[in-house]
Design a protein around this ligand. Structure first.
Ligand code: HEC
Length: 102
């Protein structure tokens, strides 16, 4: 019983561990490019996930972006009509495109 008490006391001290050093949280600017079509992305994409998914793809072709938008619509049921899908693709290609159509 005594042993159990000691073990409990010793192991729980970790829960109260504190650091005297100042913890600095780095500031990371999230490079979202505003501009025409951004509201569409905000309305059509950010309801399900963060912008990180988009940025992490790097610069890609128009075809790539169109396929991603279609994937979201077909597989994940993103509620988007053709006009929004096209405009979103335009935005993505303009800001995160590599200049290539295919
Ligand atoms: C209905 C929910 C939903 C909407 C709306 C949505 N997505 Fe996604 N998206 C997902 C899910 C779920 C995943 C994660 C898939 C995985 O983990 O494999 C994802 C993943 C992604 C990825 C990562 C790459 C990949 O192929 O999985 C990209 C890029 C992406 N989404 C872009 C978009 C864009 C651009 C829009 C808006 C035009 C959008 N998404 C709208 C649900 C959605």
């Amino acid at each position: 019983m005594k042993k159990a008490l000691i073990i409990t006391l010793v192991s729980s001290t970790f829960l109260f561990a504190q650091t005297k050093e100042k913890v600095e949280v780095p500031y990371v600017a999230f490079p979202i490019k505003m501009g025409k079509g951004f509201e569409l992305i905000q309305a059509n994409c950010l309801m399900c996930h963060s912008f990180g998914y988009i940025i992490n793809q790097g610069r890609q072709s128009r075809k790539f972006w169109r396929e991603k938008v279609d994937k979201m619509i077909i597989h994940f049921k993103a509620p988007m009509d053709e006009a929004s899908a096209k405009a979103s693709t335009d935005y993505l290609f303009e800001h995160y495109g590599n200049g290539k159509e295919e």
